[in-house]
Design a protein around this ligand. Structure first.
Ligand code: XMP
Length: 514
């Protein structure tokens, strides 16, 4: 297989390290994040087209801060330093780094030398994003200053001869207006990349590699219907067809009609020739969950039960050779660079089964960011509604029913949620809110329906706007839409007589209720 061009992002602990790799990939060039401790020999072996040093929270002149072997500068590989990375270049090559009396933080106009390759096509005064206290006070030999602000004498420097470029600001963050152009200039004009990172070639290459690895072996995949597992399953199905068995456990905590939707795509009537097993385990789950109210306990029971049922089904299939996991690149990075991925229980229903006998794990999406997973899904022909679906937690409606879970409560929350989602779709607000759903409170209150007194449950509508799901704001939905949803829910859903809208942001709230 042809070697793909690669930009190596060397991580010095900055909060934007993933973002740098994502932005480079947006430019059509593959980028991978490595720990700064990787060592010069390994870098030589991996032969990247360029290296980017990330930012980091430390001061270069402290002994315990991450440093780099000077030999990296003699490899002849172009280097771009960002923030801490820039200070590290200056410090390592004989320049000087000092601490400023005040930090420079936020949007900052920088005067740049547009004659420098990095700033080709960039405005002479460009808005950047700064976040630093230390600064380069004297540049190393061979460098020249290519950017400055009134308070930061070296906002950018370069040594075109050795192809070393460095910026104090963060070109990878959105607020840096022309940051993408700078990264583009670095990867194409400095590193000489041609831009061979495309999803269609990723799909073709992966199919080839999977076939080679699997041979005539048998593959098992747990399918949840979420984006990652659906894309992973489709890729595997295209690669090995009937050698693949997908087990879809319907835990009875899915959204309305969801089980049938998954079956329509992956089942016998769908476009893929694979072995599809749907396990209708609703009753088993409800039995195990009876009487449990505590959220973490619910998660635990759901996770354990899921694994148990999956193992039981796997045993019926007999010996399998490979197990598919829907791990994606942020999981790999977050669980420690260079180490194998330990998957957070938060992201996967229950981790790896212990009693399934298999030779090896296949993680076909291991190197993809979420938006790339979606693009690969479209490339594979998955329907848009599946590829762009909002996140749905592994424990499903189990954590959207406050208190004890019963089949009756599941029905109520499914119906209410379905109405809410339908109305947001009609109002074309379904892409405005990044996640939106109904939950069932544990509160019952008195109402009146016709001439009768009711004593029923209250449901809560939750819709949030967020980039990364770490922080979120309640979506400012039109009152008329909320009112229509409320009217439909109290009229159509037996057992609910009150509807609330949750205004809480995250923090202090979380997106889910449990
Ligand atoms: P919170 O509620 O922590 O949610 O603000 C942040 C994002 O994570 C999802 N979430 C989960 N996903 N298992 C999952 O697979 C879980 O137990 C879980 N809890 C929360 C949530 O839907 C939101 O997108």
């Amino acid at each position: 297989m042809k070697m793909r061009e690669m930009i190596m992002v060397l991580d010095f602990g900055g909060q934007y390290n993933q973002l740098i790799a994502r932005r480079v990939r947006d430019e059509g060039v593959y980028a991978e994040v490595y720990s700064y401790e990787i060592g010069v020999e390994k870098i030589r072996e991996l032969d990247p087209k360029g290296i980017i040093f990330t930012g980091g929270p430390n001061s270069v002149y402290l002994e315990e801060s991450p440093h780099i072997d000077k030999a990296v500068f003699d490899l002849g590989i172009p280097i771009l330093g960002i923030c801490y990375g820039t200070q590290l270049i200056a410090y390592t090559l004989g320049g000087k780094v000092e601490t400023a009396p005040t930090s420079e933080y936020g949007k900052t106009d920088v005067n740049v030398d547009t004659g420098d390759i990095l700033f080709r096509g960039v405005r002479p005064v460009t808005t950047t994003w700064m976040s630093h206290t230390d600064y380069v006070s004297s540049i190393p030999e061979g460098f020249r200053i290519t950017g400055s602000t009134p308070v930061c004498p070296v906002a950018a420097m370069s040594d075109p001869e050795r192809k070393i470029y460095a910026v104090q600001f963060h070109p990878e963050v959105q607020h840096c207006r022309e940051g993408n152009k700078m990264l583009h200039n670095f990867v194409y004009d400095v590193c000489g990349c041609t831009g061979d990172w495309k999803m269609n070639s990723f799909v073709d290459d992966s199919i080839r590699a999977i076939r080679e690895k699997v041979g005539s072996g048998r593959v098992l995949c747990a399918l949840s219907g979420g984006v990652d597992s659906s894309v992973a399953a489709t890729l595997m199905a295209k690669a090995v067809g009937e050698q693949l068995t997908c087990v879809f456990v319907d835990h009875g905590l899915l959204r309305k009609n969801e089980g049938d939707e998954v079956e329509a795509v992956f089942g016998p009537a769908g476009p893929y020739k694979l072995n599809f097993i749907r396990v209708n385990a609703q009753e088993e789950f409800y039995e195990k969950l009876a009487g449990i109210e505590e959220p973490e306990q619910k998660r635990k029971v759901i996770g354990e039960e899921f694994i148990r049922i999956f193992e039981r089904e796997a045993k019926k299939i007999g010996k399998v050779d490979f197990l598919v996991q829907g791990t994606i690149y942020p999981d790999v990075i977050e669980s420690g660079l260079g180490k194998s991925a330990v998957i957070k229980s938060h992201h996967n229903v229950g981790g790896l089964p212990e009693h399934v006998d298999f030779k090896d794990i296949i993680e076909p999406l291991r190197m993809l960011f979420k938006d790339e997973v979606r693009r690969a899904g479209l490339e594979l022909g998955l329907p848009e509604h599946l590829v762009y679906r909002q996140p749905f937690p592994g424990p499903g409606l189990g954590i959207r029913i406050i208190g004890e879970i019963t089949a009756e409560k599941v029905r109520m929350v499914q119906e209410a949620d379905h109405i809410f989602r339908e109305e947001l779709g009609i109002a074309r607000l379904d892409r405005f809110a990044n996640q939106y759903f109904a939950a069932l409170t544990n509160m019952r209150s008195v109402g009146v329906m016709g001439d009768f007194r009711t004593y029923d449950y209250a449901c809560v509508l939750r819709a949030v706007v967020t980039d990364d799901f770490m922080t979120a704001e309640a979506a400012d939905l039109p009152y008329s839409v909320l009112q229509r949803v409320m009217t439909r829910i109290v009229n159509e859903v037996r057992g609910i007589n009150r509807v609330f809208y949750d205004l809480t942001s995250k923090p202090p709230g979380t997106i889910e209720f449990e």
